[in-house]
Design a binder for this molecule. Structure first.
Ligand SMILES: [Zn+2]
Length: 550
């Protein structure tokens, strides 16, 4: 070939390649039809809820389960299974070690103060501390006119789900009972549609209303392991009054609405308003709408996984989702909408429930260590705070698990002497199963690609400058909540396993699943990006495809 013909041949090859690259290849012919992506994150929806409450789900969750691709026991593979890291991992496809959201709160050594995960010096609340871009940002890179909104009962959930460049994150403000946002999204002041929505009263419209259950059925309670008596100080009997006897709605009433299913009702209503007002799913690109429903978490913490309150919250989510999906069908069409349902973390049952009902058969051998922190446990944990002999003791920490400057070596990590001392002291406390220092964590090498050992989960959670110097693992089902209540936050399966459901456009029951390896929630964002034909971040691209795009 002459030089000239080589040049022409190369040009033709490049053009042909470009043609097939854009038009053919792995992209499904259905791809252009997706106009709206909807995330429904149900805060504290443990994987086991999908089985235990199966008979309760007859609405929206039923539809997703029956018609969608259901993936079970998908893991949050990081140590601190809490709201902010959980949402950040879902939407970025990255681990806390990369996205930087190591917990809901952490200690900022430089500023010597506690940082909230959505703190922002200039705008009060924003995704400033989130270190990477998220799915809605990737969609905007590809479709600059795409709109992205996130709504939740919690500011941190909405802000994380909106990514770095979201049009707005909106949430329930506990102090005013109204939906609120940040100037980060609205530099020139709040928009009319937010004020318009709030004019309808926000939480005030529930003032004087009782929380009465949708259904009280002994048969359904039995089927779902719901107990009608209480393990704590308060009777588990409906109806509940929200707030106290004050004649006007105030902070205690607004806080009670936050701890009731009505906060989800406001979230659904607001999301429906956004959908209609902006005609999401009918724009030029692919629009994005995320809902994070908080009531299951705010109610679950106090009432427990076997409470009639949790039963009722779940039933209302199922019914609320049914109406919301009906609206999506009407306004956008389900063949043009991709719905992703998941959760930020799970929850264990009350240890008393496990002990009282001998539920260990259901929850496995590891639930035999179920207990609630005792007075002597607390005293033991507190004594570990001190260092030195009885006389002339020094305090070890400047903030819980963050050692004082003088106890850290030149490389910034805790000294061996201090580490040994703390590991010894904590090791004597009944609730503690293992203690790792930041050196153990940094020096740990992953075994294989999906290492789920506790040190591996700690390493994926570790972000220098934010994470504490120690990671303390409790025994399984050992609750550190004194008195009534329960918490999540461990890497154990009851906290870390959640369901993931894909439903709607580009997904069918026949979709082949990637079932050879254990799936992680950090696979979600990359999978959705691929289904939409948008380019994900490098870390998200490392994830597994959860459903086939063929
Ligand atoms: Zn929680």
């Amino acid at each position: 070939m002459t030089k000239r013909s080589v040049a022409i041949f190369s040009l033709v090859s490049v053009l042909l390649l470009l043609f097939f690259w854009r038009g053919g290849g792995r992209r499904s012919p259905l791809l252009p039809e997706v106009k709206l992506v909807v995330f429904v994150v149900v805060d504290q929806f443990a994987d086991e809820y999908l089985d235990r409450f199966d008979s309760v789900f007859t609405g929206g969750i039923r539809l997703l389960v029956d018609e969608g691709v259901v993936l079970r026991k998908v893991l949050h593979p990081h140590e601190v299974t809490a709201t902010c890291p959980g949402h950040a991992s879902i939407v970025t496809g990255a681990q806390p070690s990369t996205h930087g959201i190591v917990n809901n709160w952490w200690y900022d050594r430089k500023a010597k103060e506690v940082r909230y995960c959505v703190d922002d010096g200039a705008y009060s609340r924003s995704p400033d501390l989130l270190q990477v871009n998220a799915l809605p940002d990737w969609i905007k890179d590809r479709y600059p006119r795409s709109r992205s909104y996130a709504v939740s009962g919690k500011d941190r959930s909405a802000i994380m789900m909106a990514g770095k460049e979201g049009d707005a994150a909106l949430w329930y403000d506990k102090s005013s009972g109204m939906m609120a946002s940040s100037r980060y999204y609205f530099r020139r002041g709040y928009p009319w549609w937010l004020s318009e929505f709030n004019k309808e009263g926000g939480a005030k419209k529930y003032f004087g209303r009782l929380w009465t259950p949708l259904v009280e059925s002994a048969e359904l309670f039995k089927k779902t392991g719901t107990f009608t008596f209480d393990f704590g100080d308060f009777p588990e009997t409906f109806p509940y009054a929200l707030g106290g006897p004050e004649p006007a709605p105030g902070p205690s009433f607004f806080a009670d609405v936050y701890n009731s299913p009505f906060v989800d009702e406001l979230t659904f209503n607001f999301a429906e308003r956004l959908l209609t007002e902006f005609q999401l799913g009918n724009g030029e690109g692919i629009d994005y709408l995320a809902l994070s429903l908080s009531a299951l978490d705010t109610v679950g913490h106090g009432a427990g996984a076997n409470s009639p309150k949790v039963f009722d919250v779940l039933m209302r989510i199922d019914r609320g989702l049914e109406s919301f999906i009906a609206l999506l069908e009407e306004k956008v069409g389900l063949d043009r909408t991709l719905i992703v349902f998941t959760s930020d973390h799970g929850i264990p049952p009350f240890p008393e429930a496990l002990q009282h009902y001998g539920m260990s058969a259901h929850f496995g051998e590891e639930s035999k260590t179920a207990a609630r922190v005792s007075a002597s446990d607390i005293s033991c944990l507190q004594r570990a705070h001190f260092f030195g002999k009885e006389s002339g003791q020094q305090e070890l920490f400047e903030a819980p698990l963050y050692v004082k400057e003088e106890f850290r070596a030149r490389d910034g990590l805790v000294t061996k002497k201090i580490s040994d001392k703390l590991k010894g002291a904590l090791g004597e406390c009944a609730p503690v199963s293992a203690v790792y220092d930041s050196r153990d964590i940094e020096e740990y090498r992953f075994k294989g690609t999906r290492d789920s050992s506790s040190l591996a989960t700690a390493k994926r959670n570790f972000f220098r400058g934010r994470s504490p110097d120690f990671s303390v693992l409790t025994k399984p089902y050992y609750s550190l909540t004194p008195g009534r209540g329960i918490n999540h936050g461990t890497p154990y399966r009851y906290d870390a396993e959640v369901p993931v459901i894909f439903f709607g456009a580009n997904v069918s029951r026949n979709t082949t699943l990637n079932s050879e390896r254990r799936l992680w929630v950090t696979d979600i964002a990359g999978t959705v990006a691929r289904l939409l034909g948008v380019s994900a971040s490098p870390e998200a691209k490392k994830g597994l495809m959860m459903v086939s795009d063929e």
